[in-house]
Design a protein around this ligand. Sequence first.
Ligand code: 9MG
Length: 292
Amino acid sequence: MSLASQRLIASIHDAHLSQRPLVMGVLNVTPDSFSDGGQFASRHKAVEQALRLEQEGAAILDVGGESTRPGAEPVGLQEELDRVIPVIEGIRARTQCPISIDTSKSEVMAEAIRAGANLVNDVTALKGEGATEVVAAHQVPVVLMHMQGQPRSMQQAPEYGDVVPEISEFLLERVRSCATAGIAPDHIVLDPGFGFGKTLAHNVALLAGLPQVVELGHPVLAGLSRKSMLGQITGRDDPKERVSASVAAALLAAQAGAAIVRVHDVAQTVDALKVWQAVREQQRQTTRANTP
Ligand code: 9MG
């Protein structure tokens, strides 16, 4: 295992145990993200954006080349590689900040790790062909996310009996499969997958029940940033207008015990977490002082 992966695993577990969540900054490298000015200009802009996110306090940079939004169409292998690999190489040439590859394709995982990625973020929880093998072979940490259905159709009619236990059971089953494939349990981060095949009621129940997912014993990642559930609650249609709602949701996830929050608005989230942590530290000191 590389030293960088060892360090990342240690910092994720430290975040989990100390309840000081790491902020993962989202870097989408889909054509609509950095498109003006051609291939090299857009690669340069993506790398500059990554460095900005790091400067703002991102502890992990999550690079993704295939949209997972509801209704999104799949992207071919070569197209996805062409989008993400040069950007990962470009980031790695400029910073040692941990990089996460957001993909479900084992070939992209392997190439991204070769190019400098340190963590795999898979919204299909390593169910794709060859995915567990790649993660086991490279001994990198992995985020296993729950999704009902596929991005193209997942919001059509999501259904659960009891959403939190059902998702927890799915995640535990994936942990067992990964262990059988040779992935160390302490390399696994769990993610209930807000917005992935869930109605507003499911998402709210999931956020309220997030401590139960944390109790499964693995670090938990929560991705609520700018999602449509926040648009439904606030009435804000434009995702860019959901910053305050996203920060509030990240704080709630942190309070519930999330070890990583995946966000677009890194600076705002980092500030909010600092306020929460300062008050929490004071509360801890007061409790200690008053304990005989
Ligand atoms: C790629 N992506 C989009 N939303 C996400 C979420 O909530 N969690 C994870 N792990 N990845 C996500």
